[in-house]
Design a protein around this ligand. Structure first.
Ligand SMILES: Cc1ncc(C[n+]2csc(CCO)c2C)c(N)n1
Length: 148
């Protein structure tokens, strides 16, 4: 078994709780209150700003151009591609994206952002990657489950 497969296997109990979260179920069946969508976009916008900054820290700690290119590509992806789902959510909720870009940080957002910032301040490159990976990886697992 690959190390990545071991991690996904060990994370199954957490993933199952995520699959059953009302927000994730609501995305799956297309039934979410407008407030849930706007709260998500406002917090995710804030969180992705932190994510971009921590990728920049990862570039600082990179030893090779190949590693720098991976992180630079991810920054570009967040800036130019992750805005599309945000726009879609805003269209469904009937609000302007710009109105959700200065929301106060909710406690969960603050804690996860601080977790990433701490890894960047005190850790090596591998610590930064470990702190950042759960989000995109969890999204991938959720998306795979939706398309099954
Ligand atoms: C709208 C939106 N889409 C995906 C993610 C998860 N995520 C966070 S960063 C990233 C790109 C990989 O670096 C991905 C897929 C999110 N939080 N918000």
């Amino acid at each position: 078994m690959k190390f990545s497969e071991e991690l996904v296997a060990a994370g199954q109990p957490i993933l199952h709780e995520i699959y059953q979260h009302p927000f994730v179920e609501g995305i799956g069946n297309g039934d979410l209150p407008k407030e849930a969508l706007t709260f998500y976009v406002g917090q995710d916008y804030n969180y992705l700003n932190a994510f971009i900054k921590v990728y920049a820290d990862a570039i600082q700690k990179s030893q090779t151009r190949a590693d720098m290119a991976i992180f630079a590509k991810q920054i570009d992806f967040i800036l130019n591609s992750e805005i599309h789902p945000h726009h879609n959510f805003c269209n469904v909720a009937g609000v302007k994206y710009e109105t959700l870009q200065h929301e106060p940080q909710a406690p969960g957002t603050y804690l996860y952002n601080e977790h990433m910032y701490r890894a960047a301040r005190t850790g090596d490159l591998i610590d930064i990657v470990a702190a950042m990976t759960p989000c995109p990886w969890t999204y991938l697992e959720i998306a795979n489950r939706f398309v099954k």
